[in-house]
Design a protein around this ligand. Structure first.
Ligand SMILES: [Zn+2]
Length: 200
């Protein structure tokens, strides 16, 4: 059952400090586990409801931009770094070679024009709390030679194939501010086929 406002935890940042209100830990009644054959106690269940607080730090702009239909990456612009000019997607705050803060770059158009499936995995059985439609079509997305990394994402429509051209889609209606706001579809997919809440 969905929680009421009184059963939820809320967080805001005011003057640089995290301010919390509401409930972050809810204890529910436990249940005994009985051995039905031997008619004796075997254990208990231990229900716990916790709300985690994840701080995004320097990656916050990446997640905020997904909900606005933009895919951000970073690039090393350090003249003294052998990796200068390398673009990193997934978004890396610091260049892994020189450890200097990387420049934020928008690769939405690059992704629309040249993203391809590098490899893929189809997952029929997921772990707990899965929110993706099954079977999950996990894809590794490659961009162009400037982007030195490969992005793990999900193909929302159609079947994956190595080398297939794909286009990013964004959950711009009611975003979750998580990586679930980004998926891919094959090029030429009509907008009417996109999952609810997603746009190009
Ligand atoms: Zn560097």
């Amino acid at each position: 059952m969905p929680k009421t406002e009184e059963e939820m935890g809320f967080v805001e940042v005011i003057d640089g400090k995290y301010k919390i209100r509401g409930k972050f830990h809810i204890i529910e009644k436990n249940q005994p586990i009985f051995d039905k054959n031997e008619n004796k106690l075997a254990g208990i269940t231990n229900p716990r409801d916790m709300t985690y607080i994840h701080s995004y730090g320097g990656e916050a702009i990446f997640f905020e931009s997904l909900g606005k239909g933009r895919l951000l990456a970073t690039r090393c612009d350090n003249d003294n770094c052998l990796a200068k000019g390398s673009v990193f997607e997934p978004f890396r705050i610091y260049c892994p070679d020189c450890l200097r803060k990387a420049m934020i770059v928008d690769i939405t158009d690059k992704a629309k024009n040249c993203a391809r499936i590098h490899s893929f995995i189809i997952t029929h059985r997921s772990g707990a709390f899965n929110m993706l439609p099954k079977p999950i079509k996990f894809i590794n997305v490659e961009f162009d030679e400037e982007v030195k990394t490969i992005l793990m994402s999900v193909l929302a429509v159609g079947e994956p194939k190595i080398g297939k051209r794909v286009i990013p889609i964004f959950r711009t209606k009611d975003p979750t501010y998580t990586i679930l706001d980004l998926m891919f579809v094959p090029e030429n997919t009509p907008e009417s086929d996109l999952p609810a809440g997603f746009t190009f």
